[in-house]
Design a protein around this ligand. Structure first.
Ligand SMILES: [Zn+2]
Ligand SMILES: [Zn+2]
Length: 286
């Protein structure tokens, strides 16, 4: 029997920050691996996905297929894709999932290919060796996406993130549920169908880009930027009665020490809060 794990590979928001002051929790942008035996699901393709590619090399020849679920197409969620090794392996099959709503007339498929094309890259379509598939998610009529009998994903569209909103995913794996809610701004907390969607899950990974003091600052407030504060994340965890909260998508301006202060702040409201941390493996069978 194999393993069932969730591993954070990129936890940072907006842009990568490689620096001695961000080394502990990591400076790579959003990317999370969920593996069940030889089945691989990746959430977002920020620079963290580059190290997932390196990991998958160690799992050859058994793994030849990955499902890559994108929340939206902001650069910090796709910028690692052109450097993801399986792209250059003709035995690999990569299925991309996203919606096409309000992306200014450009399909998500065209956006992904543009990362490989001039002027951004010399690779071109010909340089891509893996087989790509694009699955357009219908956010008006979401259907469960099945990986195996006991590994599936549900999703819901959230429209507060400028300009095209984001997709929130819920991964159902064996007897566990994990919700990935990044790039969400929830000053009034989740309610209605969103609260229902995260209710009681085992793990809630929630945007916590800012401290409240920065979000509500008199000069240059971060309000309306499409991101939550640490207290919004903790309030949602409490309201939805989740088992564990992981803070995620830290502002690139914050050091490891700042991130630790965030943890202390969140725990005043929700004791079972943890920090997402690069290369941190969570065994989902425990
Ligand atoms: Zn982001
Ligand atoms: Zn974004």
């Amino acid at each position: 029997m194999g393993e069932t794990n969730l591993v954070f590979y990129g936890v940072r928001g907006s842009y990568p920050v490689p620096h001695k002051n961000t080394n502990k929790y990591g400076g790579n942008t959003a990317s999370i691996l969920i593996e069940k035996d030889d089945h691989i699901v990746i959430l977002d393709g920020g620079t963290g996905i580059i190290n997932i590619g390196n990991y998958l090399k160690t799992r050859k020849p058994h793994i030849k297929h990955v499902d890559l679920f994108l929340t939206h197409l902001h650069s910090d969620h796709i910028q690692g894709i052109p450097f993801f090794e399986p792209v250059f392996d003709k035995e690999f099959h990569i299925a991309f999932y996203c919606d096409n709503n309000e992306n200014n007339g450009v399909s998500f498929q065209e956006t992904i290919y543009s990362l490989f094309d001039r002027p951004l890259s010399p690779v071109g379509k010909k340089g891509i060796k893996a087989k790509f598939d694009f699955v357009e998610l219908d956010t008006r009529d979401p259907r469960r996406l099945t990986i195996t009998d006991d590994f599936s994903l549900d999703y819901i569209k959230e429209n507060n993130h400028p300009l095209a909103g984001v997709i929130i995913y819920r991964v159902n794996i064996e007897d566990k549920q994990v919700v990935y809610a990044t790039d969400v701004e929830t000053p009034n907390g989740f309610d209605g169908k969103y609260l229902e969607f995260i209710k009681g899950v085992d793990i809630l990974i929630h945007d916590s880009q800012y401290f409240d003091v920065d979000y509500y600052a008199v000069q240059n407030p971060k309000k309306g930027f499409g991101h939550s504060t640490v207290s919004m994340a903790a309030a949602n965890a409490l309201k939805a009665e989740v088992k564990k909260l992981f803070l995620f998508h830290y502002s690139p301006d914050y050091t490891d020490k700042d991130v630790e202060r965030m943890l202390a702040e969140a725990r005043k409201t929700f004791m079972k809060t943890y920090l997402s941390e690069e290369q941190k493996k969570i065994n989902l069978r425990r």
